[in-house]
Design a protein around this ligand. Sequence first.
Ligand code: HSE
Length: 429
Amino acid sequence: MRTRPLKVALLGCGVVGSEVARIMTTHADDLAARIGAPVELAGVAVRRPDRVREGVDPALVTTDAAALARREDVDVVVEVIGGLEPARRLITSAFEHGASVVTANKALLAEDGSTLHEAAEKHGGDLYYEAAVAAAIPLVRPLRESLAGDKVNRVLGIVNGTTNFILDRMDSTGAGYGEALDEATALGYAEADPTADVEGFDAAAKAAILAGIAFHTRVRLDDVYREGLTDVSAADIASAKRMGCTVKLLAICERAADGRSVTARVHPAMIPLGHPLAGVREAYNAVFVESDAAGQLMFYGPGAGGAPTASAVLGDLVAACRNKLNGARGPGESAYAQLPVSPMGEVVTRYHISLDVADKPGVLAQVATTFAEHGVSIDTVRQQGKDGDAWLVVVTHSAPDAALSATVEALRDLETVRGVASIMRVEGE
Ligand code: HSE
């Protein structure tokens, strides 16, 4: 074993960074044996130097992240600061000064991953980012490496723990969205500002990253259709139950049937209770991958938290260090396919639509005609009377999303339709 240690610069020492530092210390011997050389912290960049960080030598702490990232003796820079800047500048500078980079920064990768990959390529470094998607659950490496010889057609998953917790509570207790969010906040799952989670931005960033790797195509955050779960009501959940379904916030990345384009989207959807994703409870994440040769694979586990995220970072750190030691490189960006990303309107899906209608002759026929006029075929219809009016619950067969949403607009214009109470996509069959 080489005795001269490999040096690591840790940028950020919050929930994830402090776990990375702790595991590097407590597992130092094992890490050295696995890498083939000892690995040690060269410095830890923080915003608040006065805060006590157990297990971190205060002599290593600095507020000058830029100077640490460009130190010539650093082999690997670990970026766990998050956000676009200064993370992008620091990572680029690390590559320029000869380091490899391990990052957990999903926002930056989804927004501008190509800049990072290009800097890695230009300067001969590695860019690893397992921790950016679903923390400890191996997804990036299986897609980039294990399935590199296969053809992935679909990635379907629950990639946000906070929203899964909220929907699970709504499903199991009958609580409304606000009450379930309050519980998620009290238990520390939801942040004080839960926007990134509940509006689907976090899941959309992960979808962009997964779609990019799965389809060898650059997919950016803006390419991902996004709907959060703030409009999901207790009535939607009850309606899903009556259909033998539950509601999940899904990230879905698909190759079109003709193979010429891809789509990526995040939205709430009903899935049948028999689907493996329906059994994913609390704040757990799970992702289904469907490929030509492997068939269906499912990855499941904790998708957030300091230690699970640090586990993914450490795995990447070992890989980057091994490569440094052997003068080798890990996989670079693979975007050769350059498939166009189609808009949501072209996605083929199914709708569950709940209508508040007048209960009189011809209403059902009028509603059915509206579907037919837009080329949307009805799968099931259920009617329930309510004081002279009626609830009509229609589930469609698969149709382009644009046709389905045009149908809903036309239904809203019908005099006999008093209101469209809920619309939800149905997936997983
Ligand atoms: N806030 C995310 C979640 C974890 O709830 O899953 C970080 O991506």
